[in-house]
Design a protein around this ligand. Structure first.
Ligand SMILES: C[S@@+](CC[C@H](N)C(=O)[O-])C[C@H]1O[C@@H](n2cnc3c(N)ncnc32)[C@H](O)[C@@H]1O
Length: 287
């Protein structure tokens, strides 16, 4: 019937989505490509429903193709006769082994239907773990940075596979970036570390990512001005009001149409939605 690619999230069993959990509970067999994904899956699936197949861990392309053909030949009949799932950490379509399986199945077993359940990816989970806000209007690039690599260019970057933190750190700081690292975020297995000290992460651990931001990057969201208020409140010990207060100056100008008339409710909603997504608010046409 169907093979589901299920994203398990970063590692904590309770970060599997409700849909992902339902698919795992209902699947006849669940294949996992690694030890970590297996340990998350078995929080939701009994061991006797975990499928047995070897997944290739090689860089040799011929060997890789041969091994994925073998894996697909094992999985395809189970997915034809019933429901099978293939789990990956994070999201199945972000730097994941699921892509190899999907391509091999559609080439050699096109009768197998595929369905993907997205997972909480480290690409987004890092923000909460590292206390980073990607505010409206900013751009972020995703790169790999294995073996000391330090890609540069965009103002904000998420770097995966940071296996030599001190080397990557030195290059990025020389290039003008501030860098924060996260290791084993939301992972029950192993110690979670969030730090900007490269020496604390000098030991290699594949489950390490970095967030790099150009030192002079300048993007102030509208509510950044409230942070001054929060700081004052903390230093005075006085409560600060948080209702936003009366809007004035440029902000109230933004709420006007090109002709100066007050926008309709629908126009106001469109402006607000555009701002919320970081879009340039479209000029409201006067009628
Ligand atoms: C092959 S990619 C898998 C990404 C995964 N499919 C996802 O969507 O998060 C593995 C890389 O993702 C990052 N990563 C994944 N999970 C992580 C976690 N829980 N904590 C820190 N980094 C993680 C690390 O940089 C690691 O080298």
């Amino acid at each position: 019937m169907t093979l589901y690619g299920v994203g398990l999230g970063p590692g904590d069993a309770d970060l599997v989505t409700v849909r992902g959990r339902r698919v795992l509970e209902e699947a006849d067999v669940v294949y996992s490509p690694g030890r970590l994904s297996r340990s998350v899956a078995t929080e939701h699936v009994p061991e006797d429903r975990i499928g047995d197949v070897d997944f290739p861990m090689t860089r040799d392309e011929d060997e890789l193709r041969r091994a994925w053909k073998e894996a697909a030949a094992e999985i395809a009949p189970r997915a034809r006769e019933g429901t099978a799932a293939f789990v990956t950490l994070g999201d199945p379509n972000v730097y994941s082994t699921f892509g190899h399986l999907r391509r091999t199945l559609s080439a050699f077993h096109p009768e197998v239907e595929l369905d993907v359940v997205p997972g909480v990816s480290a690409v987004t989970a890092f923000t909460t773990a590292l206390g980073v806000e990607i505010s409206s209007g900013s751009s972020v690039a995703l790169h790999e940075a294995a073996r000391g690599a330090a890609p540069t260019g965009p103002d904000r970057m998420v770097l995966f596979k940071v296996t030599d933190v001190p080397a990557t750190h030195e290059r990025l700081t020389d290039a003008g970036y501030d860098v924060v690292y996260g290791r084993r975020l939301y992972m029950e297995q192993g110690e979670t570390v969030v730090t900007d000290d490269p020496e604390a992460l000098s030991e290699r651990d594949y489950y390490t990512l970095a967030y790099a931001e150009k030192r002079d990057v300048d993007s102030e969201p509208a509510t950044a001005t409230f942070e001054e208020r929060t700081r004052e409140r903390r230093s005075d010990g006085e409560p600060a009001t948080t209702d936003g207060g009366p809007r004035g100056g440029a902000e109230s100008e933004r709420g006007r149409t090109a002709s100066g008339r007050t926008p309709t409710r629908v126009e106001r909603e469109e402006l607000a939605e555009g701002e919320a997504c970081g879009d340039e608010p479209a000029e409201v046409q006067s009628r």
